[in-house]
Design a protein around this ligand. Structure first.
Ligand code: SF4
Ligand code: SF4
Length: 547
């Protein structure tokens, strides 16, 4: 196997024997083959669309397949095999769609080479061999590290955008131009492009389209659950039976809340589900009692100690420990071999497991944090914020956010947040915030110094806030007293970075380490164009930013 798509990749170079995340070589090969299959589907679907023919099943499947290959989503070879078999059927459907559209238009359909001609092997071993033959390692050898790395940058951007597009479509919000782009970009990759400028341009387009995707998801979330409002969230247990919900899928949480109403079960959020407390249509459930634990990488310890049932709605799942393997469940695209998977949002097995478990024997101490500073909440006090900047009460804004992970270098983000001077405001989002979100940062003239904007996809809110500030000061985002200090872990963070670069945001600091797929030559290019820089130390970076 060879995989270097996430930040925890082995020795910062690539996982070759086994994934640091727990991905085994079989799963890795099947995921590589699934990406290969999406390119074949897209080759037909892209051409069909140009002739005016499209099919929603094909659109949604491509996005689900890409999302399934994101880090920490699907570790189950059996489920991946099923996805591959479906991919072949969807590809045949796309082929027919294209050929029929061509014939109807009096054109001769192109004969498409490469992934479009893939025929799935009929056994797991055969699929495994096919997966190995389309691995990234092979492309690195044939095309060199720079080109293969740029191709992967685009692939990972597409995976990240697919995750957001999938969440939005689950809530009924989608857009034709977005579906079209996934097919256009995958078709581009199917041709094994080697032109650096064309690859960079497609990566920037991916960032541009992802801005639209995040806008769709924002509309989907706020349309379904209302605009987030600042909300105090309990971070200590409440006596009684319990279910903890992790991941990013708000619809799953909503359905679980409906199904647990009146059953004497308290529901807790974990990880990226924390921002759910800010949405009016979710916070109205009184048995959504608080948040349990921290970011995803702490789950093995925290879930073992949790006296109830656990639901993983999306990434990031880790290998379940024996002590909780029987009371953890997956839903949506997440899968782990041997873990019960919930289909059709029937959470009865989760409820039964919660009722069978001990629950919390006592209430914990009263401790809360505040979430819910989406763009509407922050822009609602924009006048106050602008005034505070003009009067000098607020000197600088720091956006410190992104994914969290297990590496010790991530202490940087805690050190930085705590060292930020008292006349500066911190905007944060995604699970990286768990490094500092339980600390008391106080306020500036009533404006909290720590504003939790939400999940990683709520980077859209951060962008809207930045654009509104730029507007208020009649300048551009790069001229604002605002610095972006991002932590990345997996492919959703990759696509958010592409979106920020597409917007022309300069001087982003990225850590805890740079992606292994960004070669020195590609890094030079990013430094030249965007002045992107790796993080150094909290002290040095603060000095460089504030002078
Ligand atoms: S997803 Fe990350 S940890 Fe897992 S195999 Fe790939 S690079 Fe390694
Ligand atoms: S923000 Fe990234 S690392 Fe954190 S839970 Fe979400 S996908 Fe995983």
């Amino acid at each position: 196997m060879f995989c270097y798509q996430c930040e925890q990749t082995f020795e910062g170079k690539g996982c070759t024997k086994y994934g640091v995340c727990g991905k085994d070589p079989t799963t890795a090969a099947l995921q590589d083959l699934l990406i290969h299959a999406t390119k074949g589907i897209a080759a037909f679907a892209h051409r069909a669309r140009q002739l005016g023919a499209r099919d929603r099943e094909i659109d949604v499947f491509v996005v689900e397949a890409l999302f399934s290959a994101v880090t920490n989503v699907n570790f189950d070879p059996q489920r991946l095999k099923e996805l591959l078999m479906r991919a072949a059927k969807v590809r045949d459907k796309a082929k027919t769609l294209y050929e029929d559209a061509a014939q109807a238009g009096g054109k001769t359909p192109e004969r498409l080479p490469g992934p479009a001609g893939w025929t799935p092997a009929d056994s797991l071993d055969g699929l495994l061999e096919q997966g190995i033959s389309v691995s990234i390692a092979d492309r690195r050898e044939r095309l060199g590290d720079d080109i293969a790395g740029l191709q992967e940058l685009l692939t990972y951007g597409l995976k990240g955008a697919a995750a957001y597009a999938d969440h939005a479509q689950i809530l009924g919000v989608e857009d034709e131009t977005v579906w079209a782009f996934f097919h256009e970009a995958l078709d581009f990759l199917a041709s094994e492009p080697t032109d650096v400028d064309a690859l960079v341009a497609m990566c920037m387009k991916c960032g541009e389209v992802n801005l639209k995707v995040m806008e769709l998801l924002d509309a989907a979330n706020t349309g379904a659950y209302g605009s987030p409002v600042p909300t105090s969230v309990r971070v200590e247990p409440v006596k009684g039976k319990a279910i903890v919900v992790s991941g990013h899928d708000l619809k799953d949480l909503e359905e679980l809340l409906k199904q647990t109403q009146g059953k004497g079960i308290n529901v807790y959020t974990h990880g990226e589900m924390l921002p759910a407390h800010g949405y009016p249509q979710l916070k109205k459930y009184s048995h959504l009692v608080g948040n349990y634990g921290g970011a995803w990488q702490d789950q093995q310890k925290e879930f073992a100690a949790f006296p109830g049932a656990i639901l993983m709605t999306t990434n990031c799942i880790q290998k379940p420990g024996d002590s909780y393997k029987d009371r953890i469940f997956t839903s949506g695209l997440v899968a782990w071999p041997g873990v019960t998977h919930i289909t059709d949002r029937d959470f009865s097995p989760v409820i039964r497991a919660a009722l069978a478990a001990d629950g919390f024997p006592d209430d914990g101490p009263d401790k809360t944090i505040t979430v819910g500073f989406g763009h509407d909440a922050v822009l609602g006090v924009a006048g106050k914020v602008v005034e505070a900047v003009k009067s000098g009460a607020i000197r600088h804004f720091f956006l410190i956010g992104g994914c969290d992970g297990a590496k010790s270098g991530r202490n940087y983000y805690t050190e930085l947040a705590t060292a930020v001077p008292k006349d500066c405001v911190i905007l944060t989002l995604a699970c990286g915030k768990y490094r500092f979100n339980k600390l008391d940062f106080g306020d500036i003239n009533g404006i909290p110094r720590l504003l939790d904007i939400g999940q990683c996809n709520d980077a859209y809110s951060a962008i809207q806030i930045a654009l509104a500030l730029a507007n208020a000061f009649d300048t551009d985002v790069n001229s604002l007293p605002l610095s972006f200090i991002l932590s990345w872990y997996e492919q959703k963070a990759v696509v958010i970075l592409l979106t920020l670069l597409h917007l022309g945001i300069q001087n982003i600091r990225l850590g805890p380490s740079l992606p292994a797929f960004v070669t020195p030559n590609v890094l030079n290019l990013l430094v030249e164009k965007f002045n992107i820089a790796p993080i150094t130390t909290a002290g040095e970076d603060l000095k460089a930013i504030l002078g």
